[in-house]
Every structure is written in C-alpha cells, then in structure tokens.
Design a protein. Sequence first.
Length: 223
Amino acid sequence: MILFFCQHSYSQCKTYKLDANHGTINCTDVQNHKQGKWVVRVVDNHGEPGYQENGAYKDDKKQGQWITYNLMGDVIAEENYKWGNKDGICRYYNLLGLMREESWKAIDPANPYDTIRVYHLDGSDQYDLKIVKVEASSVKHGIWTYYDPERQTITRTEEYVIDQLVPATTGKKNTVITDSTAHQKTDSTSIANKNKPAEVLEYEKKNSNKKKIKVRDGATGVN
C-alpha cells in the first residue's frame, strides 16, 4: 500500500526530489507548474548572502506560509501568500530579533475591484467609500509596525488602506512612539534639578539663554 501511494505521488510529478524522510518535494507537473512542498536553497553570490526558503506552491504560485532562513539556520522572514502574492501578516528579522511586521492584501485576479476609504481633506476622521480597480497584485493593507530589534520596542506604526497611507491627522496610526528611555532621561533630569540648591537653579535660569562658551578639554580636535 505504501509503495502504491509513493508511486502514485511520483507519477503526478514530471520532476521531483526526496527530502530526508523520503517525502516528495520540489515537484514539477507535466505542465511545468510547481506543485506542493518546495525547498529552495540559494548560495552566496557576489556579496549577496545566501538563504533557504521553505513553503508550498499551487499551480506555480506560492500559497500559504513561506519561511526564509539564512544559511546558518536563523529565521529571517515569515511570509504568507495567496494567489502567488503576499497576503496577511509578514514578519522580518535580523540576528537581534524582529525588525518589521507588515500587513498585505492579495488581490483576486478574477475580481480586481475593492472598496477603499477616502478621507476628507479637513483632517477629520470622516471618509467616503469608493470602489476602485486595484492594478497591483498585492497592496499594503492594515497596520505596519517597526521595531528596535535590540530592545524589542516599537519605534513607529503606520496604517494603510489598499496601498494608501492613512494620514496622521486622522488621529489613527502612522505615529512615532517615543522610546521609554526618553521618559527615563526626562525623569532623571527633573530629579537632579530638585536636588540642586536654589542659588544654582536661579543662576542657571538667568544664564540659560546666553551663548555657551566652548571649553578646551585637551582633545586634539581629530576625530
């Protein structure tokens, strides 16, 4: 029975490979369309780092989740596809951690129309709905989040509707989020000022607008 199943699977592929568990991968059918599970490995080339990506094809188009690794085995991308185009949440990493989280919408080739929000020019939250033909095969749609990989804190967020950036004036996303370390710096400065004598604070207040004088500190001036 197992032998029959394997022969049946192979017969659907004009070309294929076997993985470590003797499963069928990298299948190409009689129409030269990629089908099923694929593993693609690219070596370093002219300074460009190599990578390996694992995922699945349906009728020669990427489908579902694809994961990309560097050649050391670290995950550098997690992407989702529909109709061969990015769809849903995609994440990108470096060796320190998550760098960016994107949100995409794949457009159905058979129905390339969608409804978008057109915001009023007065800067309010009000908008009109408009049906448009989407020329692109995949568009930015949803929240995009940018991270500081080392601290794993959010540095910026943006919101898109069918490839259109939602203006920051609407009070939605697309805003810069201040790092908590900035608040800590402000708090520590306030505490230090509280501990200064009144005479020192009065002197600093009177001289705050005066031109600062550069004092030589023994540096040579060579960077």
